[in-house]
Ligand binder design. Sequence first.
Ligand code: HPA
Length: 264
Amino acid sequence: MSCSDGPADRAPQLLAIIGGTGFGEYAGLTNITPAIVDTPYGTAYLERGLLHQVPLVFLPRHGQPASFPPHRVNYRANIAALTQLGVSQILAITAVGSVDTQLPAGAIVMPDQVIDYTHGRAQTFYDDEIHHIDFTYPYTPALRTELAAAVVTLCERDPLMVFRPRGVYGCTQGPRLETAAEISRMARDGCTIVGMTAMPEATLAREKGVEYAGLSVVVNAGAGINDQAVDLDGITAVMVEGMGRIRQALSIFVERRYQVGGPV
Ligand code: HPA
């Protein structure tokens, strides 16, 4: 993938980063102001802060301290709170398992598609009126291009890094991990990675007209891929390293976007 020159023709926007498992706090933000925001759907915890002197919002998806499992995250309150603050773009960070057997632990994937296997989640702001959204491309193409350029820059500095600029995120209900048969089915469906939180988050962002892109760190092989049980103990080290890389990529993204500091 070639690097873009950045969004010269796009107006600066208020950016939010939604952090997932392993990314519940954002080391590197300064001037942090925490807030609990009331919305018609409940409350959301978030932090306003500066990254390279640029204002942005950080929202830990599972709460602070992390207490809401994926099926109980209040996705509507989270997205509504961000839009109430004027956020117009979201970068969503997730930890995932691999479905594609070629993906090693530690790889970073920027999904371009989703298959939703969840059920029973509050998944729309339009429960009381008929309102359809186009969701052909669940992740915003222009934002993905800009984000990919930042990750590619990081790859150029770190030859050990594996980056896939597209992939299908299969979103399962959790909180249990999948069976081997479920992962086989997801592979046949065309999934690249499996996680529990992309949906309904991406839908709700689209309903609010907020641009949305994601970066996922592969922290384990999907169930059955290695002919053995998922190694839950091995996840932490991979996660720490992967989330460190995500932080660096976001730093490059913000520096380039707002043309702060020296050349990136
Ligand atoms: N399945 C679902 N969600 C996940 C996984 C997985 O294997 N790993 C991290 N999040």
